[in-house]
Design a protein around this ligand. Structure first.
Ligand code: NAP
Length: 495
């Protein structure tokens, strides 16, 4: 029997008249029927979140009470880890090893981290502004926050946003991608069991194209936290401008890995494979451009290509699978179109570039790990995000050239440097236009570190103190302390 998934609004689960089928990208089979929010449910979510903020009790709870709720959500995710990992794998096609050992435990850790740390981030600050006045900066929640999440890390990115937004005292409306709403809706059960007051968290499902504008432009919303593509990010900026609200944007990338002659070749090759082929390359921080210094280029290319051909494609719920399907047939078509365009622009495919022939995979949206060489710096695939298992390898001679190549695109999300010369690597890191630079590693995310991109990869941060403070507004309270006890402005008029 197919699971039926209701929305979660104002503390209640709600079946709606309009439904949407969710398919498993490994098999193309329908696995769930999810309610879709109509204008009525959207209105209910907006009014519930607003009322829950204005009337409380969520924002009025003491910090210690809020902390306990945040911990309870962490425990709920941990207690349901197996269910969440399976759901995420079935819905997104992410290999079960990845959801079991990365997505779900990282989601727990994010809530735990925020529970442990947010009280320190909220300390009000007394500032000595003058001998006549005393000033205090007060940190308050933003209000109602809309959280919009993409399909590539549906649970983890939802948790990054929820943990900060809730710990700061906001009420939220979470909109997962309509391709991958299942773990967000399961999270609703965990949040209800954790006992959060009604309206503090509302989780809706619906096509962004249909409900996005109403959701983002509404006056009752104070902030939008968006993770997704640049194209949709630009639309959301327009919606948000109607009633002027705070927005943070975590957008796409075209990240570069710079590999120097002196590296341990095997380590660099193995990590570089993961840096592009994990999650089928559907990672905002995917190292989709690998630049290798000329002294080791041939050896690197040969080893990288040989190993890429050995990656085990398979059904995502198989524990042996190293690479699952892409999220949808539409995404696979987009990836194929990019590879074809690259070939037309002179690129050579040295590995993959096609749909696998394995009969077991024929109903899923699989695509082979693909390696391109001879890609010109002006070609589309050099500059644009593919969001699939496609990487280009390119030679460089010196450090300045490497920096120029890495910085030559409109994005600025992340970069990798591989070198034993840590002095040179750190100097180079300073020249890279990227929000995160990994040296001799890839994909290490820490809850204590603010994460976010530069240039067209967006603005604002997730995680860490800075990411948490995105969900906080700062208020100055200034108290006059002049001997006469008069407001300072009176001196000006002399009344
Ligand atoms: P997307 O198409 O931009 O969708 C992202 C979210 O926006 C989805 O929930 C989508 O809902 C919603 N949406 C679509 N149209 C909307 C509208 N008009 N108004 C409001 N919301 C709307 O992105 P995606 O394909 O899911 O995700 C891939 C992109 O995300 C890539 O570009 C990737 O680089 C980026 N990403 C960035 C980061 C980062 O941290 N920088 C992390 C992960 C992913 P529907 O599903 O219903 O359309």
């Amino acid at each position: 029997m197919i699971a039926k998934c209701p929305l979660y609004i104002n503390g209640q689960f709600m079946e709606t008249a309009e439904k949407q089928n969710i398919t498993n990208p490994s098999t193309g089979k329908v696995i769930a029927e999810v309610s879709l929010a109509s204008a009525a449910e959207l209105e209910l979510a907006l009014s519930s979140a607003r009322e829950a903020f204005d009337q409380g009790p969520w924002p009025q709870f003491s910090l210690a009470e809020r902390k306990e709720f945040i911990f309870r959500i962490a425990r709920g995710i941990s207690d349901n880890a197996g269910i969440l990992a399976e759901l995420e794998t079935q819905n997104s096609g992410k290999p079960i090893k990845e959801t079991t050992f990365m997505d779900v435990p990282s989601s727990v850790k994010t809530f735990e981290f925020m529970a442990d740390n947010f009280m320190n981030y909220l300390n009000n600050e007394d500032i000595d502004v003058s001998s006549d006045a005393k000033a205090r900066i007060i940190r308050e929640p933003m209000g109602v926050v809309v959280l919009i999440v993409p399909w590539n890390y549906p649970l983890l990115i939802a948790c990054w946003k929820l943990a900060s937004a809730l710990a700061a005292g906001n009420t939220v409306i979470l909109k997962p991608s309509s391709l991958t709403p299942l773990t967000a809706l399961e999270l609703a059960r965990i949040i209800q069991q954790a006992g959060l007051p009604k309206g503090a968290v509302n989780i809706i499902n619906g096509s962004g194209a249909k409900i996005g504008e109403t959701l983002c432009a509404d006056k009752r919303v104070d902030m939008i936290s968006f993770t997704g593509s640049n194209e949709i990010g630009k639309q959301i900026l327009q919606y948000s401008s109607k009633n002027v609200k705070k927005v943070i944007m975590e957008l796409g990338g075209k990240s570069a890995s710079l590999i120097f002659n002196d590296v341990d070749l095997e380590v660099a090759v193995n990590s570089s494979l993961a840096s592009i082929f994990l999650n089928q390359g559907q990672m905002c921080t995917a190292m989709s451009r690998i630049f290798v210094q000329e002294g080791i280029y041939d050896k690197f290319l040969s080893s990288f290509t040989k190993k890429a051909k050995l990656i085990k494609l398979g059904l995502a719920d198989n524990h042996e699978t190293q690479m699952g399907p892409l999220i949808s047939d539409a995404q696979r078509k987009k990836v194929i179109a990019y590879v074809e365009k690259a070939k037309a622009e002179g690129a050579k495919v040295v590995c993959g570039g096609k749909i696998p022939e394995n009969a077991e995979l024929k109903n899923g949206y699989f695509f082979e790990p693909t390696v391109l060489v001879d890609v010109g710096a002006h070609s589309h695939i050099f500059k644009e995000e593919v969001f699939g298992p496609v990487v280009l390898l390119h030679k460089f001679s010196g450090s300045d050239e490497a920096a120029n190549l890495a910085n030559s695109v409109d994005f600025g999300l992340a970069a990798c440097i591989w070198s034993k010369d840590l002095f040179q690597a750190q100097e180079l890191a300073g020249k890279l236009n990227a929000g995160t630079v990994w040296i001799n590693t890839y994909g290490m995310f820490y809850n204590a570190l603010p994460y976010g991109g530069f240039k067209q990869s967006g603005f604002g941060k997730e995680l860490g103190r800075e990411g948490f403070l995105e969900y906080v507004r700062f208020k100055n309270v200034i108290i006059d302390q002049s001997a006469e006890g008069k407001p300072l402005v009176n001196y000006w008029y002399g009344f």
